[in-house]
Design a protein around this ligand. Structure first.
Ligand code: CTP
Length: 194
């Protein structure tokens, strides 16, 4: 996400980053919003989405949260020998934004998959969430993706899949932005022809 933001800013975009738990250095000229929970991330994104041309949803948003939150400390003697936590689903921020999209916006999702079937899962996410591009990461491979300086991804669109070889995240970010620009010029062409 941070590499995408820096690459987009270098290309002249006005960039807003909504992120949680990131200790990476910040770039001048980018507007950062710090959030703590999936709900806060959803609210910040909802506020900003209508004005955006491109949404790059690289956040690994928590899929579940505790169903009940207690104020203060839970004393173990009051709990007993075992503690069961019930988790409930968080809303899918990206799918919610996609449902409210304008046709000329470009929506990019990420798919963190594990081994076999990664591309099929990526294609399914593209359709299910109503996206233009899904960046598929095979997170079972060592040395790429989470907490690593490099990545290797496959860019899945309705036109097909393009593999981006292992490289620094700045370069991978450049390849993702190239794909976004080519999707946007193709759809602008379609609008002009109508
Ligand atoms: N995402 C989101 N809100 C969530 C969960 C995920 O906006 N509550 C977004 C992520 O930012 C990412 C995309 O959805 O761009 C795919 O996330 P991923 O966790 O890979 O897929 P899921 O749809 O959650 O499906 P699964 O975990 O079952 O693979």
């Amino acid at each position: 996400g941070y590499a995408l933001a820096a690459a987009a800013a270098r290309r002249g975009a006005r960039v807003e980053v909504v992120a949680a738990n990131v200790a990476l250095p910040r770039e001048p000229g980018i507007d950062y919003a710090e959030v703590g929970t999936a709900a806060e991330l959803g609210a910040e994104c909802a506020e900003r989405f209508a004005d955006a041309d491109v949404l790059l949803m690289a956040a690994a948003v928590a899929d579940f949260r505790p169903a009940a939150v207690r104020e203060g400390k839970l004393k173990k003697d009051a709990v007993g020998d075992g503690l069961e936590l019930r988790l409930e689903r968080t809303p899918d921020v990206l799918a919610g934004l996609a449902a409210a999209r304008r046709p000329e916006q470009t929506l990019v999702g990420f798919a963190a998959e594990h081994g076999e079937g990664a591309l099929d899962f990526g294609r399914a996410k593209l359709e299910r969430k109503g996206l233009d591009l899904v960046v598929v990461n095979d997170v079972s491979r060592p040395g790429i993706a989470f907490d690593a300086p490099e990545n290797e991804v496959t860019l899945v669109t309705r036109e097909g899949a393009v593999h981006v070889a292992r490289a620094g995240k700045e370069q991978v970010a450049g390849a993702i932005l190239d794909a976004v620009l080519s999707l946007r010029s193709a759809s602008a062409g379609r609008v002009a022809l109508k």
